[in-house]
Write a protein that binds this ligand. Structure first.
Ligand SMILES: [Zn+2]
Length: 101
């Protein structure tokens, strides 16, 4: 199961690279960087199928306002290759090589 280096898209266009050490984010200004970091962490926590753990899933692309706040919820619908359906917020954290879930 290779997760390191996987790219995930956020807000349908920004792409983050998930690394063993965290998340690599395209550098822009400091304010955007902090916000993107918080948003990226949200998507790390909501990235994998709760049923099979796969991160290969199809998502709808409605624009949800993500500001990196704890109350932000991405309600885009997700369909996993295993047949699980839900929303992005139902997804579970990515586990890195046995660390975590
Ligand atoms: Zn699944």
């Amino acid at each position: 199961m290779r997760r390191d280096g996987k790219f995930i898209s956020v807000g349908c266009d920004v792409k983050f690279q998930i690394l063993e050490s965290g998340v690599s984010i395209p550098v822009c200004n400091e304010e955007d960087r902090r916000r993107n970091e918080a948003i990226a962490m949200y998507y790390v926590k909501h990235a994998a199928c709760p049923k099979c753990g796969s991160t290969s899933n199809e998502q709808t692309c409605a624009g949800f306002a993500m500001f990196g706040r704890e109350t932000d919820i991405d309600g885009n619908r997700v369909r996993c290759e295993c047949g699980w359906k839900g929303i992005v917020h139902d997804l579970v954290p990515i586990s890195f090589g046995g660390i975590g879930a």
